[in-house]
Structures are given as structure tokens and as C-alpha cells.
Design a binder for this molecule. Sequence first.
Ligand SMILES: Nc1ncnc2c1ncn2[C@@H]1O[C@H](COP(=O)(O)OP(=O)(O)O)[C@@H](O)[C@H]1O
Ligand SMILES: [Mg+2]
Length: 262
Amino acid sequence: MNNVNSDGILTIKNLSKSFGGIKAVNDLSFSITEGHIHAVIGPNGAGKSTVFNLITGVFMPDNGEVRFKNRNITSMRTDHVAKAGISRTFQNIRLFPEMTVFETVLMGTYLITGGKVFPALFLTKNFRNNEKAAKERVEEILHFVGLWDMRDEYAAKLSYGNQRRVEIARALAMNPQLLLLDEPTAGMNPQETKELMDLFSLVNKQGITILIIAHDMNLVNVLSDQITVINFGEKLAEGPPKMIHNHPAVIEAYMGRAEANA
Ligand SMILES: Nc1ncnc2c1ncn2[C@@H]1O[C@H](COP(=O)(O)OP(=O)(O)O)[C@@H](O)[C@H]1O
Ligand SMILES: [Mg+2]
């Protein structure tokens, strides 16, 4: 099960991370094919968010390697990971309360243009051109995610579903080749969930590879090309949705936990 396709856009190899005595991620390997929507599913506490934090440089692994486009990015700084082409949304939405939708998404573009917001640079023609291009890009993205009409509202005051859209728009403004979504539809109503799933599909059609974490297997069944199931930080199963759906170990992990939680 540890066979890893090293041609993938992102490959993690033998990744491990412990917190105290807890092995949150334990010798985990998998690879994401460019252009795919790849889902990571597993019960609460399985280590899913930790995997994202290891990929994006929030945590350093105890062991193992993260490769993106055949480049070793293990333990790279988070902003460098973003510049390399990986952007993400968080399990708990993170938005600045005093920023409008437009400003929030514009900030995403600063990250890749080097955050050139210093007053002295306002005078250079180059900066003004950059700023104009960035604003045009934000406009395009806001139309794309369906938030243009809300551009001047405070992001944190929007409905939960629209706040998630702002986060996605901010991530897209960083011009990613790979987008990481950590339980993006948790807490959404069925309508919001469906609309977000449609949006992810559209994003993917633009050529952006997606790695999506989900708790609910049914959500990603329709959307994803490949599913990696993890439990206790280890890979339990991997394959296309049809195969995973009927996998005995997966059913047991889910049913076992469901009963335990009931
Ligand atoms: N920063 C942290 N400090 C200590 N323990 C953590 C930290 N992050 C995660 N853990 C632990 O690691 C395990 C996996 O957590 P997590 O990756 O958040 O799981 P999931 O996202 O699959 O629900 C859990 O036991 C959790 O309590
Ligand atoms: Mg999580």
C-alpha cells in the first residue's frame, strides 16, 4: 500500500508527526495526480489536518518527505510553499474582521507579488501596473466565485457559506497549481454544500489540482477521482470512489466510529 507514484504533482513519502505520545501521522505515503480532485477522508482525529499542516510548512515532520513538482519542499516556510504554488483554506475559517471581501482577496495577490505595499513603491510605474493587474485579477476571481456583488462588505459578516467562498477566492488569488481544502463544507447547509462542490468542480476545470479533506465520504464520492482513507495517522485504503465505498476496512473504520459516537 506504500507504493507511491512519484510522477504526481504532490508526493508525500513516509511522513510522520507525533504530538507528545500521539502519532498524529504515522509513516504515511501517497501521491496526487496532476489535474485530479484527490480526497483524504477519515474519522475525526485521524490526522487529516496534520497532513495539510505538514505539506504547508505549519509543522515540520519528524520523518519523511514532501515533494511538489519534483522539488523537495519538506519543512519549507509557509509563504514559500504558497509561492511555490500550493494554497489552502483552513478547517476553521480565518478572515480578518476589519477587511472587506475585495481587500481580503487582494491580500492573496500580495503574497505572490511579494507584498509590495510599502508607500515608497506607490510612486513607481511598475508598482501601479502591478496593482492594477492585481485588482483586475481580484475582480475576475470575485465574479468566478460569485462574490462580486458583495465585494465591499466585511468578509467576516457574510454567511458561513460565503465566508468560505472568500477564503477560496483568497487562495485562488495566490495563483495556485494545487489547492488544499480542509473540510470546506463542514457546518454548511445542504444547499451551500452543493454550491461549493459545484465551485470546486469549476476550479478543477480551470486546471487546478485539488486535495480535499472530508469527514463525510458521501460528499467526495461524486467529486473525486481518487480517495485516500486514513485512520490513526496511517493509510487504510486508497482508490477510486467506487472501490473505497465497498472496502471492508473503510466500512469498519466508519461504522465502528459511528457507533462509538452515537
Ligand atoms: N498542534 C497540535 N498539538 C497537539 N496535538 C495535536 C495538534 N494537532 C493535532 N493534534 C492531534 O493529532 C491528532 C490528529 O489531529 P488532526 O490532524 O487535527 O485530525 P483530523 O483533521 O483528521 O480530525 C489528534 O489526536 C489531535 O489531537
Ligand atoms: Mg481536521
